[in-house]
Design a protein around this ligand. Structure first.
Ligand code: IPM
Ligand code: MG
Length: 355
């Protein structure tokens, strides 16, 4: 099990450190961890946010555990040198097109949701976000208008192969879950979205057992807070998926809880918390490490064929929360490392229960 560890910026190293403690505590045979520089940390050391050496480590690994990138001190840099290019570059270079972002209510935390507890308690959804296309990777730049005004542009485009590939991932996921898929677009305005919708309907013919509906993204944002329990699987493009997944995280209770997997066609995966580098709280030891610990669990399940170890991590997180472990984002006072301690204690307890 060759794992690349890219901690990155801000709270990234703090939350990755706790996930590493948990991975080591599991005593997995053949586990090897290789660190690499990404983001502003890499730019400071090497002049580039995604150095070739890091890319080589990524290519040689079975899976990547990623912290976060982003740093206020880099806003002045040209776009190709900004820390975000590390994650965007990894997604592109490794062909990580399928971003799975599950959001599920945690019973001990429904009181932390921005929604009424009975609404939040019903959440059990999966956002399948396309990750290699859209305005993120379309032609972008600056130009002058005919009136001589400065103009910025980012081309939104999807081809049919990109849409059918992510649609299949989503239909497969829906088939394994409750059998309902909601495709989110803006087909009333965008031609990209009309093609998206046409192709999703074509792919649906291969999945007669999955119930498909279409929703405009503005309505989806509204339904996510009105009745999030009504969703099973959501499939959407890169930009809409970015926005809706942050929204879903607050419906669950905190952005510090949501894990994600980004997979390519070969099954290789990058695993990261959906939150960012949070420079405002970096270095204080107060970040919530659970999203990263849960990302490590997803990694064990999806890329390393260790579902049992993943179950153990998820159960330990649930136990820690049941026993009242709360970081600041959850209204408590536990620091990052103490939250790690709570998860490790719950893991050890499972061991002694089994013995
Ligand atoms: C995410 C992040 C990234 C994105 C940024 C850091 C480039 O917000 O993974 O959701 O926009 O995809
Ligand atoms: Mg985001």
């Amino acid at each position: 099990m060759k794992i690349a560890l890219f901690a990155g910026d801000g709270i990234g190293p703090e939350v990755i450190a706790q996930a590493v403690r948990v991975l080591r505590a599991l005593d997995l045979p053949g586990l090897s961890l290789t660190e690499g520089l990404v983001g502003a940390a890499a730019w400071r050391a090497t002049g580039h946010p995604l150095p070739n050496e890091t890319l080589a480590i990524a290519r040689a690994s079975d899976a990547i555990l990623f912290g976060a990138v982003g740093d206020f001190g880099c806003d002045h840099l040209e776009r190709h040198l900004r820390p975000e290019q590390a994650i965007l570059g990894l997604r592109r270079e490794l062909g990580l097109f399928a971003n799975l972002r599950p959001a599920k209510a945690i019973p001990a935390l429904v009181g932390n949701s921005a929604l009424r507890p009975e609404v939040a308690a019903a959440i059990d959804l999966l956002i399948v976000r396309e990750l290699n296309g859209d305005v993120y990777f379309g032609e972008k730049g600056r130009r002058a208008t005919s009136a001589g005004l400065r103009q910025g542009y980012d081309l939104m485009a999807y081809d049919e192969a990109e849409v059918s590939r992510i649609a299949r991932t989503a239909f497969e996921a829906a088939r394994r879950r409750q059998g309902r898929l909601c495709s989110v677009d803006k087909a009333n305005v965008l031609e990209t979205s009309q093609l998206w919708r046409d192709v999703v309907i074509e792919v649906a013919a291969d999945y007669p057992e999955v119930e498909l509906e279409h929703m405009y993204v503005d309505n989806a944002a509204m339904q996510l807070v009105r009745a999030p329990g009504a969703f099973d699987v959501i499939v959407t493009g890169n930009l809409f998926g970015d926005i809706l997944s942050d929204q879903a995280s607050m419906c669950v209770g905190s952005i510090g809880l949501l894990a994600s997997a980004s997979l390519n066609e070969g099954g290789q995966g990058l695993y990261e918390p959906i939150h960012g580098s949070a420079p405002d709280i970096a270095g204080q030891g107060v970040a919530n490490p659970l999203a990263t610990i849960l990302s490590a669990a997803m990694m064990l399940r999806h890329s390393l064929d260790s579902g049992a170890a993943a179950d153990r991590i998820e159960a330990a997180v649930a136990t820690a929360l049941d026993h009242g472990a709360r970081t600041r984002d959850l209204g408590g006072t536990l620091e990052t490392e103490a939250m790690g301690d709570a998860v490790l204690a719950a893991l050890e307890q499972q061991g002694s229960l089994a013995a």
